[in-house]
Design a protein around this ligand. Sequence first.
Ligand SMILES: Cc1cc2nc3c(=O)[nH]c(=O)nc-3n(C[C@H](O)[C@H](O)[C@H](O)COP(=O)(O)OP(=O)(O)OC[C@H]3O[C@@H](n4cnc5c(N)ncnc54)[C@H](O)[C@@H]3O)c2cc1C
Length: 273
Amino acid sequence: MPSRIHLAKFLSRRSLASETVEFTFSLPAGVAGVAGLAGASAAPSQAAAAGPVPSSAAPWLSEAELKFRPGQFISVQVGIDDDQNPILRSYSLASPPQRRAELAIVLRLIPQGLGSQFFDRLRPGDSMRFTGPMGFFVNELSHSGDVIYVATGTGIAPILPMLAETLDRPEPGRVSLYWGLRSEDEVFWQDELAALQSRHPRFSPYIYLSQPRTGWTRLRGRVTGPVLEALPTLRTPTFYLCGNGKMIEELKASLVSRGIDRKRQIRTEAFFD
Ligand SMILES: Cc1cc2nc3c(=O)[nH]c(=O)nc-3n(C[C@H](O)[C@H](O)[C@H](O)COP(=O)(O)OP(=O)(O)OC[C@H]3O[C@@H](n4cnc5c(N)ncnc54)[C@H](O)[C@@H]3O)c2cc1C
């Protein structure tokens, strides 16, 4: 069955950190759907240059709200290739599902990246065409033990709403976040993490910088080592790993070699290899 296409309107952008931007969209009411992004060949051919879909591109119709679970992603049409096929990029939903009429994504802008250019060129009122939400990188329905989230870079995007969902449950386990970035200017959402920590004493965030400038007195290095060091202290842990594919593969292999069950205790979402 072809996936349903949604149309969202670009509202605003907010710089979060170096080359990291939050883009917010609204889901306009009263617009209906068409089937299959492949049908995009009928769309205006502007997108070969990865430009935004003009507002006049209706009848690409959508709903006024989007139902999704924290951790899921959408597949966005960022252009059209020479054969008139849509060029797609995936983005995790960074907003909480309770904000159903709006959605946010957090993007690392890659120089010359087609997806990055599509978002960078958006102007308020422009349309974004996407399918989803989709994906299985979501919280277990309940956790009987500790929960460990590990992210690198913008891999934090789906993790923040997942953390909020887990922490709002009356579960007994400790919840930790290990977030790896290169340097100070890449760090964001410190207030959001601090707010979660003050509301939920069972939550501990740890931010690691692999290339800090001189003067950084907090945690240094990559996230893999500290997670493995904490392993003996964890009670029936569930791991959620997101971001850089190399970090995910390395950490997953190390966890499995130490007795963690790959299928039952580890969930992953690789943004790139
Ligand atoms: C399920 C899923 C969810 C994703 N969610 C997000 C998200 O929430 N935010 C986000 O920024 N990206 C996310 N990505 C990555 C995104 O789909 C694109 O790959 C990314 O935006 C680069 O696309 P581009 O066309 O701009 O550059 P491209 O030319 O396609 O990519 C250039 C290179 O950039 C590197 N790269 C890709 N993504 C990142 C990144 N996030 N950080 C650092 N380097 C990267 C890769 O090495 C890639 O080969 C997700 C990917 C998947 C599969």
